[in-house]
Design a protein around this ligand. Sequence first.
Ligand code: GLN
Length: 189
Amino acid sequence: MRIGVLALQGAFEEHIKMLNSLGVETFEIRQLKDLSEIPDGLIIPGGESTVMSKLLDELNIREKILEYADNGMAVFGTCAGLILLCKNTGDPRCKGLGLLDCTAKRNAYGRQLGSFETIGKFDSIGEIPMVFIRAPYISEANKNVTVLSTIDDKIVGVRQNRILATAFHPELTADLSVHKYFIDMIKNR
Ligand code: GLN
């Protein structure tokens, strides 16, 4: 199994470390030619969604991701990655990939709660540590989207077929279970 990690900016190294410790081969995606072959999965990390959206277009990577997703590549987005996956990002500077039939709310927790850690339930996994950094939540999810996790009634984890997204950063904790969940999603296609 090979999983590519979008490495344009933001917190991509931590994802690579987690995947490697789960025995998965990884590679960094910095330009279009890094996507010359379809990988089994793609991770879109946290960072700044408006910047990443712009880079996806400047580097002509956006179309390739959509083509591969259409051909069965699984995608996992965390935080800014979740925003980029949504149909509606709630911000005209950030063009969503539209792979999740959802509306995101950026920087949704206000200044006071810009960053926080909590423990929350995630689907079949149970309780896991969750790190939120100027995080979004999903304000609307279509009924073809499965909600995997909510914190204070706000949706922070979803799945739609082969697309997985979390508003929090599992890669910034020691808990490997969400990455393992993504790998199992790829295996059990
Ligand atoms: N606030 C960022 C955005 O809107 C997301 C922050 C993150 O990825 N940790 O893009």
